[in-house]
Design a protein around this ligand. Structure first.
Ligand code: HEM
Length: 469
């Protein structure tokens, strides 16, 4: 009995000391930052629905400077908006930061069979990236161009219909429908446009507006229970993941149906033909030289050396699901913000219209003509500079002890870029940093870093040079 009486306060004190030790982590290292509260750190400030985390980070950057530390439960994160440190993090020290910041509730990227490009790290990420990259080659994009164009025409039809008589519309809603339609057709096996008819969109939107903040909180504060909770959460929808489970199951069905269809076609001697969408591209996908990647990066997690050159069915589901989730809100919001900026800057809108009329005189726009729309590219870049999206993904996990600037970074520490502050830093962009000026010529390092995807030298989808127009 006396042992139990002694054990309880000892466990309690041990538990308390552990959390206080983590809570004061940055203070003990002489690094400034908001403390938040014992046990939860700054979670109460970063999980507010009415004030998104990226704005909170921006406020703290104003208060604490371009490098400071926060804790969220047991997660220790260095927040940076210093351009040199960001360059170190994403490019020069890639080998020390080859995973993204994840909450333990998101699963173990080393073990999860459905790990996707977004959550994977090290060898596995390289393997997935090598296999998936061809889906974004010009050749593949050319193949889906007609589908995108068809959905765009459908969008215009809906806009014209619903604005008849001068009625105002909420453009974000229309762009969400458009984005969902394109992703549905190129990544989910949907055969024709389902714009304004696709019930799945409500589930996808709900994933983004989900208010259940207990999920990251449990993962951050009690990481040892995270896997356990995750397991039940994915089995029991009422624990908070109902929308994700539905979307994921829809993807599982789409992939399984396609595999069954292909097998049936093969039995009947029907040629599979050209890939029609991402599912086909993934089913056909092979990485050319996976071992080569592994050998040149021997420092990556030893446990994950992959020789399989094809994606497993689970991985195909994972890739398609992440394309849907990573592509939906980002694309719809980028289109909305650019529309807003063009509407409020008529002179820029006019210049852009002139370019489109000049370069694309025919009603149909070919894939090759798109690359001639240089000013359009500048408009989109400038939109994303002022309204950067998906910025919480601009983060890394330290895998090997190193230094960032003069700060010692320990393995397991997360580093989060405060992209919003970086994108309007007057030292980088000049005094007009807050103005929408697509002509600006300062798209150098930032654009390379942010849009090159940071991780190793992937193909840059957006040219890093601003163009004189
Ligand atoms: C304007 C639209 C988009 C924005 C602003 C955006 C933003 C981002 C950002 C900031 C990252 C993190 C980059 C990094 O860690 O260095 C990222 C990664 C990623 N995005 Fe997007 N994204 C957009 C569209 C899309 C679309 C349409 C898809 C899929 C079809 C997609 C799929 C992904 C994937 C799979 C990753 C992880 C890549 C990797 O680690 O290899 N994104 N995105």
């Amino acid at each position: 009995m006396s042992i139990i009486l002694l054990a309880i306060p000892t466990i309690f004190i041990g538990f308390l000391s552990y959390y206080l030790w983590i809570w004061t982590y940055w203070r003990r290292r002489g690094i400034t930052g908001p403390l938040g509260y014992p046990l939860v750190g700054v979670f109460p400030q970063t999980l507010k629905s009415e004030y998104p985390q990226y704005l909170q980070l921006k406020d703290w950057t104003k208060e604490y400077g371009s490098v400071y530390g926060i804790t969220e439960g047991t997660i220790k994160t260095l927040i940076v908006s210093d351009i040199d440190i960001v360059h170190q993090l994403f490019v020069k020290q890639y080998d020390n930061f080859y995973g993204r910041k994840l909450n333990p509730i998101q699963g173990d990227p080393e073990k999860d069979p459905r790990t996707n490009l977004f959550s994977a790290q090290g060898f596995r990420w390289k393997r997935l990236r090598a296999i998936s990259s061809p889906t974004f080659s010009n050749n593949s994009l050319r193949k889906i161009n007609l589908t995108v164009e068809d959905s765009a025409l459908e969008l215009l039809r809906h806009i014209e219909e619903q604005t008849a008589g001068g009625k105002q519309i909420d453009m974000l809603k229309f762009y969400q429908e458009f984005t969902m339609d394109v992703i549905g057709r190129i990544a989910m096996g949907q055969t024709d446009s389902q714009m304004f008819k696709n019930p799945l969109i409500n589930y996808v939107k709900a994933i983004f507006s989900d208010n259940r903040k207990h999920i990251p909180l449990i993962g951050g504060v009690f990481p040892i229970f995270a896997q356990f909770f995750r397991f039940f959460m994915l089995k029991l929808p009422f624990l908070g993941a109902a929308n994700f489970i539905h979307v994921n199951q829809t993807m599982v069905n789409a992939v399984n149906n396609r595999i069954a269809q292909r097998e049936k076609d093969a039995e009947n001697g029907i040629d599979i033909g050209e890939p029609q969408d991402f599912i086909d591209l993934f089913l056909d996908a092979r990485a050319d030289d996976v071992h080569h990647f592994g050998e040149t990066n021997g420092d990556f997690s030893k446990s994950s050396s992959y020789s399989n050159r094809q994606l497993t069915t689970s991985e195909i589901v994972g890739q398609c699901t992440v394309f849907l989730i990573a592509g939906f809100d980002t694309t719809a919001l980028s289109l909305s913000y650019s529309t807003f900026l063009l509407a409020t800057h008529p002179e820029i809108q006019k210049k852009l219209q002139e370019e489109v009329d000049r370069e694309c005189p025919d009603p149909e726009i070919s894939f090759d003509q798109l690359s001639k729309l240089k000013y359009l590219e500048c408009v989109m870049k400038e939109t994303l500079r002022l309204y950067p999206l998906g910025t919480l993904a601009n983060s890394r996990r330290c895998m090997r002890a190193t230094k960032l600037g003069n700060i010692e970074v320990e393995p397991g520490t997360m580093v989060q870029v405060d992209t919003w502050s970086l994108h309007t830093d007057k030292k980088i962009w000049g005094d007009d940093a807050n103005e929408f000026r697509p002509e600006r010529r300062r798209y150098t390092l930032i654009v390379i870093i942010m849009f090159r995807n940071g991780r190793v030298s992937s193909t840059n989808p957006i040219s890093s040079k601003a163009v004189d127009t």
